[in-house]
Design a protein around this ligand. Structure first.
Ligand code: CU
Length: 150
């Protein structure tokens, strides 16, 4: 179920993008942050609330960041009584709804960090959406106070 056809429309969307036909995104990002991690930690994650203020369904289909070698979309699932991370191909953004990316749930996984992530630093992220739009943002690094360390 996770491996849905996702590449089908990519070339068509790229054509649209190169033609400058893309409309302004109706996507809003609230409270983005990246979890601070101790030096030497290989991975971290980004969290935020993504609002789809438009009238059409959309989805987050990918993300990129210069902070890590690989960026994946993840969720947590309960398996054998334990919470485990799973890669997902997209995070649905129904029209008029918000998707909450938070610890213990959906997140943008930063795999293979290229440097330390200290509180106060900023991490650049590029979010890619099913409608072909991309949104760049800068998320502050925050320490996991009040969050469970895993
Ligand atoms: Cu993850």
């Amino acid at each position: 179920m996770i491996h849905q056809a996702r590449q089908l429309s990519v070339s068509a969307l790229l054509l649209l993008a190169s033609g400058g036909l893309l409309a302004e995104s109706a996507i809003g990002i609230d409270n983005p942050y990246v979890r601070a991690v101790p030096p030497g930690t290989p991975n971290s994650a980004a969290f935020m609330t993504i609002n789809n203020r438009g009238s059409a369904d959309n989805a987050l289909v990918g993300a990129a960041s210069p902070a890590s070698k690989v960026v994946e979309l993840h969720t947590h699932v309960m398996e054998d009584g334990m919470m485990k991370m799973r890669q997902v191909q997209q995070i649905d953004l129904p029209a008029g709804k918000a998707a909450v990316l938070e610890p213990g749930g959906l997140h943008i996984m930063l795999i293979g960090l290229k440097g330390n992530l200290k509180p106060g630093e900023q991490v650049d992220l590029t979010l890619k959406f099913a409608d072909g739009a991309e949104q760049k943002l800068s998320a502050p690094v925050k320490s996991p106070m009040g969050m469970k360390m895993r």
